[in-house]
Write a new protein. Structure first.
Length: 164
């Protein structure tokens, strides 16, 4: 379940105006920050913005479902060692997910510096393909099949073979 949810997150683009606004705010704040751009080294006001961005991320259905699943599994593990159930924290307050905060900071820093982001890398990779008008419909159909991450690998491999 968690694997499926994380794949869904990885394959989708985030279109959430509230998160975008928080990222813009964070980009502005990072302009004035000197030194290491890591959560532990940031001023409290910037940390607050990062936490608010994580809170907004948690509101996304796929993120919330994945975090819910993680909490269920974590409770099962901790029930072996402790009698009382684990207190559910907001995602931003869960220390085990500090990497999310640092990823948000890094993405905001990339935006600030004009560096290509991870979502844009997918677009750049498509430059390797020839223009659509230069190939047949069959080639385009096979290309779409190859790029469809929802298909099993054997079907995608078969499409590669057909393309060759």
């Amino acid at each position: 379940m968690i694997r499926q949810l994380t794949q869904e997150m990885a394959q989708s683009l985030c279109a959430a105006p509230e998160i975008e606004q928080k990222m813009e705010q964070l980009v502005g704040q990072l302009e004035t920050v000197k030194g290491k751009k890591s959560y532990g080294y940031l001023p409290e006001s910037v940390k607050k913005t990062v936490d608010e961005a994580v809170d907004k991320l948690e509101e996304l259905l796929v993120v919330r479902e994945c975090y819910d699943q993680w909490c269920i599994l974590q409770n099962e593990v901790e029930n072996y060692c402790h009698d009382k159930p684990r207190e559910r924290k907001k995602l931003a307050q869960e220390k085990k997910f500090r990497q999310i905060k640092n990823a948000i900071i890094q993405e905001a820093e990339n935006i600030r510096l004009g560096v290509m982001t991870f979502e844009d890398e997918k677009v750049e990779d498509r430059d390797e393909w020839v223009e659509n008008w230069e190939v047949s419909y069959e080639c385009l159909r096979l290309r779409a099949k190859i790029e469809d991450r929802k298909l099993p690998l054997d079907q995608r491999d078969e499409a590669v073979g057909d393309l060759e």
